[in-house]
Design a protein around this ligand. Structure first.
Ligand SMILES: *Cc1c(COP(=O)(O)O)cnc(C)c1O
Length: 380
């Protein structure tokens, strides 16, 4: 076999990645970013170890930028300006782990409640933290079944409750109503409770959804997580966790070696990803972020409508940028990289998805339906 040079290997890899990037509609990842202005920073061993809100001895870091990212989302999530805290994580999964960790530190004897539609990372996190848990039924649209939640909580009302709600479930982008959950906890007089909202998929645009679906701090959440590489977009996976400062104080321990507080899950932390997120949100601002959501929403409505036109039974949850449809043929599934579960699949209209792409997809679906009809006719 001919020996390939390192350069050839890199070229091949780049080509493969570029091709794969250009034909996916099924995963919630934005691809429309340009961070070339930040490339110079890749020359430095940036490490954000320690708490971004505390001093640290290691100065090759972007803590100030990281704090601004946290401030931006804290404001968007209507956190108490005098009592919030957070950091930039490696992704939504770590953010969820952090929320559950703080909840358990607060209520070590608690029970966790989460719905069947909850992201797979949550189950693993609960296992890692060794917290007893109960799965709550989901409604047909993917939203938590509030009646089942209430009945289950009633049986366990002597125990503190940690409820994990999802704002944008993985397959159907269903959004659990945090104020309804809060109302149930109040009605049952379960005073020791904690609500963590997993907004990995849709939290970044939750403030712009109309009519609003309650999910933020004023609505009753104690912590909220998002993924940075999904709706906003980043070359490196990233996430944000926002919670109350007073809750963080319960888990903080001073570490003299780094001259900071060890409040985060990992020691060394990515200092480049806060920079990417900061760059994006500063460029966009609130209005730009909102426009980004409205674009996605419009494309999703269009996709839904065009699918219905060719006889595909597509639907969307209110305010969702995800279109749910019956699972497709293997050719379509492979070509468009469509995540499929049981008998459904979905198209996630991330900000980079255009109507042209949707048209192309619709054409493929239409001809596959046609082929299927012909096959069936031939069979009979
Ligand atoms: C993507 C996602 C996660 C996990 O986030 P990562 O950034 O991939 O770690 C968790 N929950 C939901 C609802 C998600 O969509």
């Amino acid at each position: 076999m001919k020996a390939t040079t390192q350069q050839e290997r890199l070229n091949q890899l780049l080509e493969k990645i570029t091709k794969a990037r250009d034909t996916f509609l099924g995963y919630p990842v934005s691809k429309d970013f340009d961070y070339s202005e930040l490339y110079e920073f890749l020359k430095y061993p940036i490490n954000n170890l320690g708490d971004p809100f505390e001093d640290s001895t290691y100065k090759v870091q972007t803590h100030e930028i990281e704090r601004e990212v946290v401030n931006f989302f804290a404001k968007l999530f209507r956190a108490n300006p005098k009592d919030y805290w957070g950091y930039v994580t490696n992704g939504g999964s770590e953010s969820n782990l952090y929320g559950l960790y703080i909840a358990r530190e607060m209520y070590p004897k608690a029970m966790v409640y989460y719905s069947e539609s909850t992201h797979y990372s949550v189950k693993k996190n609960i296992h890692l933290l060794n917290i007893p848990s109960i799965v709550i039924r989901s409604q047909e649209n993917g939203e938590i079944d509030y009646n089942d939640l209430e009945e289950t909580l009633k049986f366990n009302r002597h125990k503190p409750a940690i409820v994990l709600t999802t704002y944008g479930t993985t397959m159907k982008e269903a959004k659990d109503d945090v104020s309804k959950v809060k109302g149930i906890l109040k009605k049952l007089a379960i005073q020791d409770h904690y609500i963590h909202c997993d907004g990995a998929l849709a939290g970044s645009f939750g403030a712009f959804v109309e009519p609003k679906i309650p999910f933020d701090f004023i609505d009753g959440a104690d912590s909220i997580s998002i993924s940075g590489h999904k709706f906003i977009g980043s070359p490196i996976p990233a996430g944000v966790i926002v919670t109350r400062r007073s809750l963080r104080d319960r888990v903080s321990k001073g570490i003299s070696y780094i001259g900071s507080l060890d409040t985060t899950i990992t020691g060394s932390r990515n200092g480049h990803s806060p920079l990417f997120l900061w760059y994006a949100i500063n460029k966009l601002g609130i209005d730009g972020l909102k426009a980004r959501y409205n674009h996605s929403l419009e494309v999703a409505k269009y996709c839904n409508q065009e699918l219905l036109k060719i006889g595909v039974n597509a639907w969307r949850n209110p305010g969702a940028i995800t279109v749910v449809l019956p699972k497709m043929s293997n050719t379509i599934k492979e070509k468009w990289q469509l995540a499929t579960e049981d008998d459904i699949t979905h198209i996630i209209c991330m900000p980079n998805v255009t109507k042209d792409q949707i048209d192309h997809f619709i054409k493929d679906v239409a001809s596959s339906l046609h082929e299927k009809e012909e096959e069936e006719l031939a069979y009979f």
